[in-house]
Ligand binder design. Sequence first.
Ligand SMILES: [Zn+2]
Length: 442
Amino acid sequence: MPDQLRCDLLLTNTRYLAPDMTIVSGKSIALKDGRIWDIVDQDACPYQGDTVLSGPDLLWMPGLVDGHLHTSQQLLRGRLLDEKPVIWKRVNVPFESRLDQESSRLSALLAAMEMISCGTTGFVDAGGKYPEVYAEVYQAAGLRGRLSVMTNDNPFCPESLRAPSVPAAVERLRAMKGALTGLLKPIYSVTTPTAVSEELLRAVFQAAEEDGVPVETHMNEYASEVTDFIERYGKRPFVWLEDEGLLNAPMTAPHCIFLSQEEIEIMARRRVRVAHCPFSNCGKGVPPTPQLLHAGVPVGLGTDGSAHGGLDLFREMRLFRGVLNVTQGVGTADSSVMPAETLLAMATQGGAEALMEPDLGVLRKGALADLIALDTGVSHLWPTQNLVHSLVESASGADVRHSIVNGKLLMRDRELLTIDAGQVRREAERLFEKQPWLQSWK
Ligand SMILES: [Zn+2]
């Protein structure tokens, strides 16, 4: 066997979701050196794989990317539903401030397990206290992602999370950047523009530009935050950032619910990457997504972390379709205001944008080999007259059979290969005995 015909993984006797959102059959996909090496006719496939995955009921597609999650809130699952706003100040930040390295490591392990199990292969974390601890876990798990430090200098912020000074905050971000390797890359962040000092906001955005690192911050998430911002700075958030010359670094902007037309135009011009978080946003408002897409703004999806209903992006797609249809589709009798193909593109290609990985989010020759396979033979997906529609209407993360990141199998037949799930469970139970507050945070 000539070396060029050997591949690490061969996917055969199967179908895949093509970049134009059609289903292609009769091909074999060869993965090698972390990339999609070749896609050839199945009947004339010259490749031999070290590992072969096959199955006529499987549908291969790009792995989903969570454009916004909070690793540090993984242990808050179940705590936030029906909680009054504004949740993050009253509950999330005080909770995060008490986490130590051990509980942070457990958070990352549980988040990694949940992501791999539901078809998420990449993520953008919003920033935590111990990104180096997260990095160690995510690297061993094999996931691709961007990590940050939670940066906040507001007096309301508990001392263990508060930046002691603006230079110290920037230094901390740079130290984190220096510690990340492999599939994990940095993103600089501030919690939210209205929660930090103007000096910190400017310093983080300027450091991102100087260091060639992308930047993120919760943007236009609550109507009250936009009016607070206007009261303080005299302009809407994106307009001020643009006028102050702070939008030069690539930016991922979670939420983006309350936007003016002027802001949408700035975002399109500056290629600001949006990460809507549909379930989390249901307590806040509905974003103008068709208008953002029409203007050419890259839009992805995020979960806002496990505490907002879990990390399953299939659920986020389905929910978002319902929300957009009720708010924008019904009144105009336009039932395709948020088509299935657009939602799938958001969770894959839009997520790759949020992650700033141009070779990701599509299943084509040469792209990075971050792929998942769904079992479409299950009773809620077969038979169907339109599998692309059914992926959005009926599929869930539990239908994902295999998960591959950078050409490496992370889950096979729903068995996690890089994390010992039983061991994590035992470690969690031991930690909950030692720190019972982790399960009953008031
Ligand atoms: Zn968030």
